[in-house]
Design a protein around this ligand. Structure first.
Ligand code: FAD
Length: 433
């Protein structure tokens, strides 16, 4: 009998534990090629350096985990369809496995692979989310467009069993290729770092999550999003382990919710999910000030500077800066999403675009015209100004009374507000009719 050979194509599921794609590729196979294709369209220079570092560290860590199992991570550069085809052809693969994904880009890649490959091709839809997109639907529609009913069904759904980590990986004779090494992130990439983080965070902070997840200065949310984005951790495993904090598990349901919206409406990555007739302002000056964290509204500038410095931003700050761009400055959400996508380590088509649409009121928010007042948000979620002082050094010595309103006692080196908040609010509400 000839040996069975499979190819396990890793995409953003960079882990060996609870990875149904890898488990299936290893099951019953004599030889397995764990393969990652570095595609310039995803890893190229339009992304901030931190994103590429995080990916490289995650790949290095995956390679180490696979070596422990007797294998290696095989790396190729170029077009994924061509490179997967080449490897499958070279090792005479019987089957190629990949995780199913929701973006139009991933869908097209999947279809091209299905058309090109000479062997069996298996797509696993249960790798990235807790509940696979499309597994639960309301009657008469292919997806939920409102979160609360989705969440109820999600919580009641039967979650799959965890996939076993392969006992052994045996590589056929093949050139391995180089994983690019890079170090130096505030967020170390990879499954090992992710597992340490989830264990320590669940122990120290999960219990207080419901009370303090909006406190900007305390910054006690899990910071698991970059790991969940690249699949260094299984969302299913995190949801099970986090069960003592329902509010935290609810956030993972939001993640699944956005995935199932995008799976059903891939165009929502660029088109309004619910068009509101917006005629966004083409204001390059305001957009540049927003990007640089120079708007003169301290809480907005702190969030934007955190993004540039760390490749990450607290969720409450994302809501504030997103509302400020789309509703106060009335600039198109797509410009905001593109900037976030370039810099965020967790930048993710489903979560980024659907959250931006939610904030802009063109998505699934049931109150699409609400405008967050950044000053009220600042008073509530950064009452001592600690978050602002951390990221806006010009304001580090300013008295708490003025830290969110420095124009009341002008500070040298910090700009005046680029917009009048009350006027902007009226302009937006008038535009929305
Ligand atoms: P925690 O509060 O600890 O939550 C745990 C996990 O739940 C997160 O890691 C994340 O995977 C998920 N989660 C939490 N909130 C949301 C949410 N609103 N939508 C979807 N999933 C959620 N998240 C991304 O992962 N990638 C993005 O590109 C992204 N872009 C965003 C853009 C805007 C304008 C807004 C308002 C939110 C965006 N989010 C995005 C959602 C959220 O801000 C981050 O997931 C969260 O801040 C990550 O921090 P954490 O891991 O500490 O979250």
């Amino acid at each position: 009998m000839t040996a069975t050979t499979t190819v396990a194509v890793f995409t953003r599921d960079l882990r060996v534990r609870d990875n149904p794609m890898l488990a299936a590729a290893a099951r019953g196979a004599d030889e397995v090629v764990p393969l990652f294709v570095r595609d310039d369209r995803i890893t190229g220079s339009e992304f901030a350096e931190g994103r590429r570092k995080f990916l490289n560290e995650s790949l290095t860590d995956l390679d180490i985990a696979l070596r422990d199992l007797g294998g290696r991570l095989v790396v190729r550069d170029g077009d994924p369809v061509r490179e997967v085809y080449r490897v499958a052809h070279e090792v005479r693969a019987d089957r190629v496995h990949i995780a199913g994904d929701v973006s139009a880009f991933a869908r097209a890649r999947e279809k091209a692979l299905r058309d090109a490959l000479p062997c069996e091709f298996v797509v696993h839809d249960d790798v990235h989310t807790v509940v696979p997109p499309g597994a639960i639907t309301p009657s008469g529609s292919d997806h939920f467009s409102v979160f609360s009913p989705y969440h109820r069904r999600w919580a009641d759904a039967t979650w799959r069993a965890e996939a076993p980590k392969p006992a052994r990986i045996t590589l056929p004779r093949i050139r391995v290729g180089a994983v690019l090494s890079s170090k130096g992130n505030g967020f170390p990439g990879g499954e090992t770092a992710a597992r340490k983080r989830v264990t320590s965070w669940l122990r120290s902070s999960a219990e207080s999550y419901a009370d303090d997840h909006d406190a900007l200065a305390a910054d006690r949310t899990s910071r698991l999003s970059p790991y969940l984005h690249l699949g260094c951790l299984s969302a299913l495993e995190v949801a099970r382990r986090g069960a003592t904090s329902p509010e935290f598990v609810r956030q993972l349901a939001w993640r699944d919710f956005h995935h199932q919206v995008l799976a059903a409406r891939p165009a929502a990555a660029h088109d309004d999910y619910r068009p509101r007739g917006d005629r966004w302002l083409d204001d390059e000056h305001a957009l540049s000030a927003w990007r640089a964290g120079e708007t003169g509204i301290p809480i907005v500038d702190a969030g934007m500077r955190q993004l540039l410095a760390e490749g990450w931003m607290h969720n409450r700050a994302r809501l504030i800066v997103g509302s400020f761009l789309t509703k106060t400055l009335y600039v198109d959400w797509r410009a905001g999403a593109a900037h976030f996508f370039r810099h965020l380590l967790d930048g993710d088509v489903a979560n980024n675009c659907m959250n931006w649409q939610w904030v802009a009121g063109t998505g699934t928010d049931t109150r699409p015209n609400r405008v967050l007042n950044p000053l009220r948000q600042a008073d509530r979620f950064d009452p001592d100004g600690e978050y602002v002082r951390r990221y806006v050094p010009e304001l580090s010595d300013v008295d708490t009374r003025y830290v969110h309103r420095p124009w009341e006692k002008p500070v040298r080196g910090y700009p005046p507000p680029i917009v009048d908040l009350a006027e902007a609010r009226s302009r937006f509400l008038a535009a929305r009719g």
